[in-house]
Each structure stands twice: as C-alpha cells, then as structure tokens.
Ligand binder design. Structure first.
Ligand SMILES: Cc1cc2nc3c(=O)[nH]c(=O)nc-3n(C[C@H](O)[C@H](O)[C@H](O)COP(=O)(O)OP(=O)(O)OC[C@H]3O[C@@H](n4cnc5c(N)ncnc54)[C@H](O)[C@@H]3O)c2cc1C
Ligand SMILES: NC(=O)c1ccc[n+]([C@@H]2O[C@H](COP(=O)([O-])OP(=O)(O)OC[C@H]3O[C@@H](n4cnc5c(N)ncnc54)[C@H](OP(=O)(O)O)[C@@H]3O)[C@@H](O)[C@H]2O)c1
Length: 284
C-alpha cells in the first residue's frame, strides 16, 4: 500500500458563528488530491445514530441578479460515532462540483453550515440480530462505517465485524486503513467496549486500477469465492450474517442482487428490520 502522510491543519477555532446552523472547523486532513476529511464542532442538542447522514454546506455566491445569498447544501454521512463530542466528515473533492470545489479549501477556524436533522438507513436498528456484520464500501462510502466501527453497539451485537473497501487507487484506502489501525491503541474504546475489541474486525481492502496486495472488485471476489477463502468465513447466509452497503449506485445494485438472489438475504429498513441495508455514497 502507498504510504501517504496526511496533511494536518489544527489550531484554535474562532469564537463567534456568523452563518445559520454554523459549526466551526477544528481539523482538516488531505488524504489525496481527491479526498479529505475534516472535523467540526457539534451542536449541543444534536443527537444521531452512528451511520446516519446530515446536510452540510457553505453559503453560495450571491445571485448576480438579486444579490441574495443562499446556502448550498449536500448530504454527508457522519463519519464520527454518536458519542464523539465533535463531528467528522470524509469528503470527495469534485473540481467543478458546486460544493466541494469550495469545501476542499476550508481551514481550521472557518465555519460550515450543518443542518441538525440526521437521517439514514445504515443503522443497527434496521437489522435483526445476527452473528457477523459485514460493511461493504466503495470510495467515500467508507464514511458511515468510520462511524459504525467506532460505535460500541457494533461489538456488543456481533461476534465478527468484516469491512470491505474497494477503491480505484491504493491511496484512496489510507483514511480507512489508518482509522482501523487507530482502534488498536484507542484507550477510551478499549476501556469502554473491552480490551482487544478490535480483534473482532476483519479488514478487506481492494483496488481495481492500481497495484495493491488485493486487486479486484469485491463483487467479483465474492462470486469467485476468493473473498470468503481469504477471510476464512463461509458465504453470507440469513441465519448468521447481516450487512450494510454504501457505494456507487451500480455497486449497491449488484450487491443487493447478490444478497437477495444468491445468499437469500432480505433488505431491511428502520420501519422493518431485516438482514441488510443499503445507502448511496453519492447521487447518480
Ligand atoms: C445519502 C448520501 C450521503 C453522502 N455522503 C457523502 C460523504 O460522506 N462524503 C462525500 O464526499 N460525499 C457524500 N455524498 C455526496 C455529496 O452529497 C455530494 O454529492 C458531494 O459532496 C459533491 O458535491 P458537489 O456539490 O461538489 O458536486 P455534486 O454536483 O453533488 O456532484 C458532482 C458529481 O461528482 C460525483 N460525486 C459526488 N459525490 C461523490 C463522492 N462522494 N464520491 C465520488 N464521486 C462523487 C458524481 O458523479 C456527481 O454527479 C453523499 C450523498 C448522499 C446521497
Ligand atoms: N478515483 C479516481 O481516481 C478518479 C479520478 C478522476 C475522476 N474520477 C471520477 O469520480 C467519480 C467517482 O469515482 P470514484 O473512484 O470515487 O468512485 P467509483 O467510480 O464509484 O469507483 C470506486 C470503486 O468502486 C468500484 N466499482 C464500481 N462499480 C462497481 C460495481 N458495480 N461493483 C463493484 N465495484 C464497483 C470501482 O471499480 P472499477 O475501477 O472497476 O470501476 C472502484 O474500485 C467518477 O465519475 C470518476 O470518473 C475518479
């Protein structure tokens, strides 16, 4: 795997909010030229379930005709767990994207808008009890799992936690890799959940367009049986396995089809818990 030193920018935040629903940026890390993560202050009254998403953004440029300024908001998975006093996000940088062309330039002390209405399907409540939980991600779809991997309930509810992450390039795996490594020395979580809780995790990173220890789309590696062989577990089955999926639309649909038609799993929702849940990592 490529060694990438994240560029960290951390200093004292500014005091007075000036935007509606403003939160102050407390940390920014750039992982690649297309990916960055950042942390912001958390509204005191905001409660959410690990795995949910919120709308965040910045004020748009003034309308050339009216001069009015409106918020420019996008859906973002909360990458931090529900107990964290700050909020973390893991973001793409789309060079001509209305929001991320600007958001990628935020610095410590800047403000972003955070609408305090968390929602989403990638929550423990949407699954019925099982033995093993699978998290399947492509690209920034890792974000909700960065939250759930730091959520004590994940380890209370399951004996095994398998996280697969497929990206084009090796550098795009670094955020997830470092987060999982950090769990081993996280004193708070080891005390809270139990020493060595992280031994329940099996991490399966793969790349598709750059050399890395494991190449290929996770879907193909599952169909061939290679992923199960590598992980030392049997294919998914409705008695023991539960799963959450977050990736591009084609990935989500392909996995949903595999789950329903090959492994016999049933899709769940907040209102009707079942074996697996799906959420898009971005629209289109
Ligand atoms: C439920 C949900 C949760 C989301 N969570 C996250 C998140 O945690 N992190 C995040 O970076 N984005 C997330 N997104 C996408 C996010 O809402 C925006 O699309 C993204 O921030 C780009 O905004 P933009 O205005 O710059 O460009 P947009 O106009 O929104 O997008 C421009 C194009 O860029 C591509 N694109 C957009 N987002 C991504 C992405 N994440 N990865 C790869 N290509 C992308 C798509 O092809 C899209 O058509 C989420 C979307 C949904 C629906
Ligand atoms: N990542 C980059 O370096 C890069 C650079 C410039 C622009 N972009 C643009 O940014 C957008 C998103 O790119 P992204 O790389 O973040 O996300 P992506 O295109 O969704 O790809 C992320 C990973 O998911 C895999 N994948 C895609 N469809 C799949 C499926 N049906 N089943 C299993 N795996 C699947 C991809 O494999 P495959 O490689 O086999 O498709 C890739 O490894 C695209 O429009 C792209 O053109 C990306």
């Amino acid at each position: 795997m490529n060694e990438i030193a994240p560029v960290t920018d951390a200093a004292a935040p500014k005091a007075t909010p000036t935007l509606p629903d403003a939160q102050t940026v407390t940390e920014v890390k750039h992982w690649t030229d297309r990916l960055f993560s950042f942390r912001v202050t958390r509204p005191a009254s905001l409660r959410f379930r690990s795995g949910e998403f919120v709308m965040i953004g910045l004020m748009n440029d003034p309308d050339p005709k009216t001069g009015k300024v409106k918020p420019l908001l996008r859906a973002y998975s909360i990458a931090s767990p529900s107990w964290d006093e700050e909020m973390e996000f893991y973001s793409i940088k789309v060079q001509d994207g209305p929001l991320t062309s600007k958001l990628q330039h935020i610095k410590v002390g800047d403000e972003i808008i955070l609408r305090p209405k968390p929602v989403g399907t990638l929550v423990h409540d949407a699954l019925i009890p099982g033995k093993r939980i699978w998290f399947f991600a492509t690209g920034t779809g890792f974000a909700p799992f960065a939250s759930l991997l730091r959520e004590p309930q994940t380890y209370e509810d399951y004996d095994e936690v398998i996280i697969t992450h497929t990206c084009r390039e090796a550098g795009e795996l670094q955020y997830g890799h470092d987060l999982i490594e950090s769990l081993k020395t996280d004193e708070l979580l080891n005390e809270l959940i139990g020493d060595g809780f992280w031994k329940k995790i099996k991490y399966y990173p793969t790349t598709t367009r750059e050399e890395s220890p494991k190449m290929g789309r996770i879907t193909d590696l599952m169909r061939s049986g290679e992923a199960f062989e590598d992980l030392g577990v049997p294919p998914l089955n409705p008695e023991s396995d539960r799963a959450m999926i977050c990736g591009n639309l084609a990935f989500n649909l392909e996995l949903k089809d595999l789950f329903e038609n090959t492994y016999g799993l049933e899709e769940g929702a907040n209102s009707k818990p079942a074996h697996f849940v799906v959420e898009k990592a971005f629209l289109d």
